[in-house]
Design a protein around this ligand. Structure first.
Ligand code: ATP
Length: 706
């Protein structure tokens, strides 16, 4: 159940820019505003600098909006879309009013709503599935690590024996003791070598296991994300999804390797060394047992505090990176609005904050390290003092003291690393849980749904029968209301109408990006839900929209995206049909020209013609053109239109159009308003009717003459 909701927004204004952050908590079944702050803009003030009355006024109003909004829908998914904008709009408007600035805050204020769902559960059985193939290597690594740790217990005792030999010789003034220590020293050297080999062995194996588990996780998560339906991507931000693929898996992998290798070593060493300490001197061990855990405990406490500070500082760095990422990713828009200065100020604000946090963290680490060094030296001094007293009363030998010192240092290090590992394990588990959350997610429209592929060739008749539909992210808003339409085979049907009337939604439903809430879509008399989805999208429907997105590879690869097994000749043929061959061959690299990220090195008309070729290469029975020429200038439109006229011949075509001049030759024109068809007929029939269509034509002509 959703119980936390946070919203963020930036309001830009020539004299002031403000960032808002609001957080709402659910207590019982009521939502309450629990925290809010506004950031300092370039000329603004932080909320705490505003007159107290104003802030409390905004606070109580925003509080009321949350309550009202939460009563409008009980569904958590819908709630966040109402709560976020509602709270932000009202509080931002009020804030600006009180702060005396005239920011234009309307429903288009960019906002970001994040549902802070409870931390997902860590699923051990999923981890097991990834670890299972690496089990043998993992067991070998564990055995080697165990061996290295056991040697670490043995080594201090042998060091002590060596010191004892030297001390005896010094006491008895016997000259040459080299012969006596040669054997134990060589044995010690051998043990160091074995320990080195074991350590390299287990680190290598663990690294291999970790990398393979992480690679498997990445591939499985990516496959699982690609399997999700479009509604999933409406509700989740791409940046967050990519973060799970990269940062979360990286964190999980590091924790996995560290916890197994160091955890195992630290635990065995602590237990083993304690045993050795007890064997050497139970009295001194008793003292250590009292002092050491207190110091290690205090260290762990301060350490966890510092880690928390470090996490906050990292989050702040991520926030700053987010600002830069957004600005650089949308650099054309930023430049077009001359917003470089504002973006710089936003970035500088976030960077300064992260700098301040990192400075505090640095100071904390410095003090902590100074104190812990002093504490460790004091322990050594204390042990030597107590041990020296015991040596003078013949309770222990100097060699025993040496062994004791080495072993107690090992215990200290091991206990300290266990406390660090614990924090690392918690972080690893929460990263793993975030990754696993999406691994077990099932799409509502799986690619394998239906599964039926008709054996006869398609005629291409489509019937939308009584379709009602609301987007899953806005369940309260019905976009299509009992929508009914037939696309006869090989005919061209155009849908026109006001913006936001639901035209593109019709195309999305035909592609099965979403399923209707009620009603059926039939293809040649078959419910499309019973048909194989990959076949439907890959072979039956060709989709061309207003802003075609190309991949950053070559033109050849981009066209081949429509049919992966197409030959070069097929690609060239599709390009010719799409009027694209001439401009492609005019490039020095021809079909091997790379088009840059999202096709930035091509003009709008060129991109559109490549998109047409990409759709045509699969020879679809049905072609959907969603405002395919509306973003083009007159000349590009003419060439693209020519390509489209050729492409649509002999196919069932659904055109969604803004520019009415492009659809006058359609067999049927349907005018849509508020999710329904309100008028239908040919261009001339509709004109003579004098209804909505002729109104639209008149308006467009008037706009064209301006
Ligand atoms: N992914 C989505 N999630 C939620 N609501 C959406 C989504 N896509 C569109 N809408 C909403 O559905 C309604 C219809 O949108 P649609 O894109 O179908 O309209 P349209 O008639 O094609 O408009 P335009 O001519 O401006 O492209 C709009 O109110 C829009 O805000």
């Amino acid at each position: 159940m959703l119980s936390l909701l946070s919203c963020r927004a930036h309001i830009a204004h020539p004299s002031r820019s403000l960032s808002f952050y609001l957080r709402c908590n659910k207590t019982g079944d009521k939502w309450k505003l629990s925290r809010w702050y506004t950031s300092r803009g370039p000329h603004g003030h932080s909320s705490s600098q505003q007159p107290g009355k104003a802030v409390s006024h905004i606070w109580s109003l925003a509080q009321r909006v949350v309550l009202q909004a939460s009563t409008r829908t009980s569904k958590s998914s819908g709630l966040k879309y109402i709560l976020g904008p509602a709270v932000l709009t009202v509080s931002a408007r009020l804030f600006c009013q009180v702060a005396g600035c005239q920011a234009d805050v309307n429903n288009n204020t960019p906002f970001e709503v994040a549902a802070e769902d409870p931390v997902p559960e860590f699923k051990w059985h999923i981890l097991w599935e990834f670890v299972k193939p690496q089990l043998f290597a993992l067991i070998c690594a564990v055995v080697l690590a165990f061996g290295a740790a056991i040697l670490n217990i043995e080594i201090p005792l042998m060091l002590g024996d060596l010191v004892n030999v030297v001390a005896r010789h010094l006491r008895e003034h016997t000259g040459n003791y080299v012969n006596e220590i040669r054997g134990p020293a060589l044995k010690l050297l051998g043990m160091y070598a074995i320990q080195g080999l074991l350590t390299s062995g287990y680190i290598m194996l663990l690294s291999r296991v970790g990398e393979r588990v992480a690679a498997d996780m990445r591939k499985t998560l990516f496959a699982s994300l690609l399997r999700q339906d479009v509604a999933f991507f409406d509700a989740n931000k791409t940046g967050q999804l990519v973060n799970r693929l990269t940062a979360d898996i990286q964190e999980f992998k590091s924790s996995f390797k560290l916890v197994i290798s160091q955890g195992l070593r630290s635990i065995t060493q602590t237990l083993g060394c304690f045993m050795s300490l007890y064997v050497i001197s139970p009295k001194l061990t008793g003292l250590t047992v009292v002092v050491l855990p207190c110091l290690v405990g205090a260290g762990a406490l301060i350490g966890s505090l510092l880690r928390k500070l470090s996490r906050l500082a990292q989050e702040q760095v991520a926030r700053a990176t987010g600002v830069a990422d957004e600005a650089l990713g949308n650099v054309r828009t930023v430049k077009a609005f001359a917003m470089e200065e504002r973006e710089l100020q936003l970035y500088a604000y976030e960077v300064d904050k992260s700098c301040e946090m990192n400075e505090n963290l640095g100071a904390g680490i410095a003090i902590f390290q100074g104190l812990s060094n002093m504490a460790l030296n004091c322990i050594v001094l204390g042990t030597i003092f107590a041990g020296g007293t015991m040596i003078s009363s013949n309770e222990m030998s100097p060699g025993d003291l040496m062994s004791f010192l080495v072993a107690s240092q090992t215990v200290q290090r091991s206990l300290a690393s266990i406390s660090i590992l614990f924090g690392q394990m918690v972080r690893g588990i929460s990263s793993g849980a975030r990754v696993f959350e999406y691994l077990s997610l099932q799409p509502t429209i799986p690619l394998s749904a239906g599964g039926r592929i008709p054996y006869h060739s398609l005629m291409g008749r489509v019937d939308f029968m009584n379709i009602s539909f609301s987007y899953p992210t806005r369940p309260g808003q019905e976009i299509l209301k009992k929508f009914t339409l037939t696309l006869p085979p090989s005919k061209t049907i155009a849908i026109v109408g006001e913006s936001g009337g639901g035209k593109s939604t019709v195309a999305c439903l035909l592609e099965r990006f979403y399923d209707p809430t009620s009603g059926v879509i039939m293809l040649d008399g078959l419910d499309i839900r019973t048909l194989d989805l990959s076949w439907l999208r890959g072979h039956v429907i060709g989709f061309i929209n207003q802003e075609p997105v190309l991949f950053g590879s070559s033109i050849m690869e981009n066209i081949r995206f429509g049919k992966p097994d197409a030959t070069d000749a097929e690609v060239i043929n599709a390009a010719k049909q799409a009027n694209a061959d001439r401009f492609i061959t005019s490039f020095p690299d021809g079909y091997h020209t790379t088009v840059g990220e999202r096709g930035v090195t091509l003009s709008g008309g060129q991109k559109q013609r490549i998109a047409i070729a990409r759709a045509l290469i699969k020879n679809p029975s049905i072609l959907v053109l969603d405002e395919a020429t509306s973003a083009l200038d007159a000349e590009s439109e003419r060439v693209v239109q020519e390509a489209l006229d050729r492409a649509t011949r002999g196919r069932t075509v659904l055109i969604i159009a803004h520019r009415l001049s492009t659809i006058q030759g359609a067999d049927l024109i349907c005018v849509m308003s508020h999710g329904r068809i309100v008028e239908a007929g040919t261009h001339l029939e509709l004109l003579s009717k004098g209804g909505l269509y002729s109104d639209l034509i008149r308006r467009q002509r008037a706009e064209g003459q301006k």
